[in-house]
Design a protein around this ligand. Structure first.
Ligand SMILES: C[S@@+](CC[C@H](N)C(=O)[O-])C[C@H]1O[C@@H](n2cnc3c(N)ncnc32)[C@H](O)[C@@H]1O
Length: 260
């Protein structure tokens, strides 16, 4: 490994071990993708994150951002839609999330780079100026609010800008929102994904062939979605989980983790 490169601020690996020590649902490959997207944000420019939890992804975005790039992190820390199967009623944990978020930003040396908006994303529009260059969506996961994030915040991303979506082709609500808003759309080009973290660019060519191809690539992610759903269903029940453990063991494989 080229140590000089890996220690460079251009490279995710210079913060990877700190980020991996933080609680959250982001794989190292997803961290590297987020880092790369934030690093290419033009300066002056603007990065917006929806759904920060304890700051794991926020630290990545802020560490990658060049001087002159503003970073907004939107999270109400209200105890709803907190994580996998944690839809509502986590107010106590959420106030702890807020404290951890502040401590983790300080620990990552990025507290002064990030402006936290403690609000639901639909109530935060007026606090963020246009244009947005990089948008990371990892807030509400049910269809209505997820769709509103992709549509209303996505429309504020500058031409050529980037939108990254966590739990795409994994969460039912987020996937339906993508199928409704992005798959048939004229704006967002599917670039690639790392696990459930999908990257889109606002530069889809204005031709039927390009649109058809773009829809086809997204439709091709549906088998991955079905696989994730089956794993989630099996992991959710105690008997089905035991069955999955036994089958995995018989196949000489580890039991699949909760997909994200
Ligand atoms: C899965 S966590 C985000 C994880 C985070 N990106 C990370 O890497 O650790 C989802 C977060 O979204 C927040 N959230 C839920 N509904 C939201 C909304 N409507 N707007 C903004 N954030 C929301 C929750 O408070 C929670 O902290």
């Amino acid at each position: 490994m080229n140590l000089e490169n890996s220690a460079s601020p251009d490279n995710y690996s210079h913060i990877a071990s700190f980020v991996e020590s933080l609680e959250g649902w982001m794989t190292p490959a997803q961290g590297a993708r987020l880092f790369g997207a934030a690093r290419t944000c033009p300066s002056p420019g603007r990065i917006v994150e929806i759904g920060s939890f304890r700051g794991k992804s926020t630290v990545v975005l802020a560490s990658a951002a060049r001087p002159g790039v503003e970073i907004f992190a939107i999270d109400p820390h209200a105890g709803n839609d907190r994580g996998p199967e944690e839809w509502d009623g986590f107010a106590d944990q959420a106030s702890e999330d807020h404290e951890c978020f502040l401590a983790n930003l300080a620990g990552g040396g990025v507290a002064d780079r990030v402006r936290h908006l403690r609000a639901f994303s639909d109530a935060a529009h007026a606090d963020v100026p246009d244009p947005i260059n990089v948008l990371y969506v990892d807030g509400a996961h049910s269809f209505g609010p997820a769709r509103a994030d992709l549509r209303d915040w996505g429309s504020r991303v500058a031409p050529g800008g980037t939108m990254l979506i966590h739990d795409s082709f994994s969460s039912v609500g987020v996937t339906l929102a993508i199928l409704r808003e992005l798959l048939p759309g004229r704006r967002w080009r599917y670039v690639a994904r790392s696990g459930s973290l999908t990257e889109y660019r606002a530069d889809l060519a204005n031709s039927p062939v390009a649109r058809l191809r773009n829809a086809g690539i997204q439709a091709a992610q549906l088998p991955y979605f079905v696989k994730n759903l089956v794993i989630k269903v099996l992991l959710s029940g105690s008997m089905s989980r035991r069955l999955l453990e036994r089958v995995s063991q018989a196949a000489g494989r580890p039991t699949p983790p909760w997909p994200y």
